[in-house]
Design a protein around this ligand. Sequence first.
Ligand code: CP3
Length: 342
Amino acid sequence: MQLKNDLLIRAAKGETVERTPVWLMRQAGRILPEYRAVRNSVSGFIELAQTPELAAEVTIQPVDLLGVDAAIIFSDILVIPEAMGLPYEMVEKRGPWFPNVVSSAADLLKLRIADGVDDLSYVIEAIKITKKALNGRVPLIGFAGAPWTIFAYMIEGSGSKTFSKARAMLYTEPELSHQLLQMITDSTINYLKAQIAAGVNLIQLFDSWAGILPPNHYDEFSLKYISQICDAIDEVPKTVFAKGAFFAREQMGKLNCETIGLDWNMGIAESRRMIGEHKTLQGNLDPAALYGTPKEVEAATILMLDQFKDSRHIANLGHGVYPDINPEMVKVFIETVKNYNN
Ligand code: CP3
């Protein structure tokens, strides 16, 4: 189907755009009271994510209520471990928790490579319903966690300040680590291909825990697998967002993808120099800037846009929007981007 607003896709490909497209990481869920109302009608996040009609509804909410230039399918990066045989729970106010983790070669034998269509049919169904309901209004973004970030949760079993169990595994069991990372990579490729077949227009990889690895480990245990995923997918544009991977920007410029996401710690001019002109950059307003007054939010957004001016850019925050941000400030951010003269 023809997209009525394809700014995101054209900006990703480096084509000329009338204005910079804008969306927010974690725009579905988190900040909207309308999201909480839907979520409170079910037992929790997991039931919501596994009910395709409701997942589609909360995916579209930010398009209607905030005016973003893209929808991102409502799901989580942790559906991959679950599809591989390692289920997760979402503990209220604490986040994800895995009753079982991977700590030995024997644990690996209990896992399988996920088939994106059958094991994750609820996400695929949600994508189909969303595409139909969007009717081409804006592109739909599909996503997955990068293998290293998924590995970190599968070893650690929950969020962590240091992810020291996961990082220890890279030193003590490098072969086992590579085996698991390869299984996650193969599962992720199957999953992203199924998302694309169901209709997503662009995909993004989230490497949320990139920044805790030393550069040599990042090359060996993360970029290597991100690169396999990028090479395996050529149907739609790809975005790689690696939080904290300032040390890897030059190598990221060489990935087979269209867009690199910047977090808010990364200098814009410096990132452009390191990554090159041939990629679109996405980001990177400090999410905390949205705690300011409307005038301050507008000024901070313009300051960011000025630094990206005349180069390939998709406006976003430097990480997911924080849960306690006032949706009105998100609207100021979005409107400022839309009114900015390129
Ligand atoms: O962008 C979107 O809004 C689409 C949906 C989406 C969710 N999670 C829904 C969600 C996306 C893209 C994600 C990605 C995700 N999940 C990441 C990568 C991005 C990042 O923030 O770095 C990570 C690391 C996770 C793992 C995860 N899921 C955590 C740590 C938590 C708990 C804290 C939190 O972020 O809210 C979740 C739960 C989660 N995933 C919620 C939502 C809407 C909150 C669940 C609820 O409603 O209680």
